[in-house]
Design a protein around this ligand. Structure first.
Ligand code: GUN
Length: 284
């Protein structure tokens, strides 16, 4: 069997075309969706992600602002900027790119973002709302993964879902979304014994580990749906995921590639959340 490829560029383009249309309709009513992105430090990957987010805004007809700070900036400068953006009616979403330098208290920074502008969905209340199944901003990467299931007609209901990685950004919210969608969820992590045995039970396998090609074909149940959240740069400069694409595609029924899978969908769902936030101001 060779897996169907879940193409994040194609699905992202399709959804973004709809967002552009909606942004034009909102603009005609005096509201242009606006996103502010804050980047602290010089992490090369973060610089690329932030650039892609700002470019995606421009392509969808959204307004955006970008603020970049030196790695040793006084955290108060960032808190002051967030307070200013919280009060700025042009801005409907505020995103602080993670990771932050070590002298920052990242939780305090995220909690400083106004709840109604927390388009990453990382604030404590938002996380609580997600856990309770209340309306909230869904964190963009797991939201993008759920869109792949929807698009491919894959229902998580009754399925065994195994997530490898327990981060706040991906693993934990992914577990909540799959649980709400009716899957039986296992979250594996660095302390898990016999990872392979867990993975082999998975009808849906989500890899969010940060280790290149760690999930190999012998760890995947035939016919599984495999979502690869990893983006790793190899010594030759090429990008690869946490999944060994070549061996896993021979076993899985569906697989996301890297690049061109989850990455573009993360940005697409950031636009979705920003648009939703802008729409709410119109209906407020
Ligand atoms: N760093 C890695 N992924 C993300 C994300 O989805 N949002 C933010 N803010 N930072 C990240």
């Amino acid at each position: 069997m060779t897996a169907h490829i879940l193409d994040g560029n194609a699905l992202g383009q399709k959804l973004r075309a709809g967002f552009k249309q909606k942004a034009e309709e909102l603009a005609a009513q005096g509201v242009r969706p606006g996103l502010a992105v804050i980047l602290v430090g010089e992490d090369a990957a973060s610089q690329v992600y932030v650039r892609n987010k700002v470019n995606a805004c421009a392509q969808a007809g959204f307004y955006s602002e970008k603020y970049t700070y030196a790695p040793d900036v006084d955290p108060q400068v960032v808190f002051d900027k967030i307070a200013e953006l919280n009060a700025d009616a042009k801005i409907h979403g505020i995103l602080v790119q993670l990771p932050l330098p070590r002298h920052f208290n990242a939780d305090a920074v995220l909690d400083a973002i106004a709840a109604e502008k927390d388009v990453d969905g990382f604030r404590a209340e938002n996380v609580g709302a997600l856990m309770q199944g209340q309306p909230c901003f869904i964190p963009c990467t797991p939201y993008g993964a759920m869109k792949f299931f929807e698009e491919a007609g894959i229902s998580p209901r009754g399925k065994e879902a195994v997530i490898v990685g327990r981060s706040n950004i991906v693993g934990k919210p992914m577990a909540m979304l799959l649980m709400h969608a009716g899957a039986t969820v296992t979250v594996c992590h660095s302390q898990t014994k016999d990872l392979k045995a867990h993975c082999l039970r998975a009808d849906i396998l989500v890899a969010a580990i940060g280790k290149p090609k760690m999930i190999t074909g012998d760890m995947v149940k035939p016919g599984a749906v495999v979502i690869d959240v990893g983006i790793n740069r190899m010594p030759d400069g090429k990008l690869c995921g946490d999944v060994d694409f070549e061996s896993v595609k021979e076993v899985a029924s569906f697989i996301t590639p890297v690049p061109g899978g989850v990455g573009p969908m993360t940005i697409t769902m950031l636009l979705a959340n920003t648009l939703e936030s802008a729409e709410r101001t119109l209906n407020a």
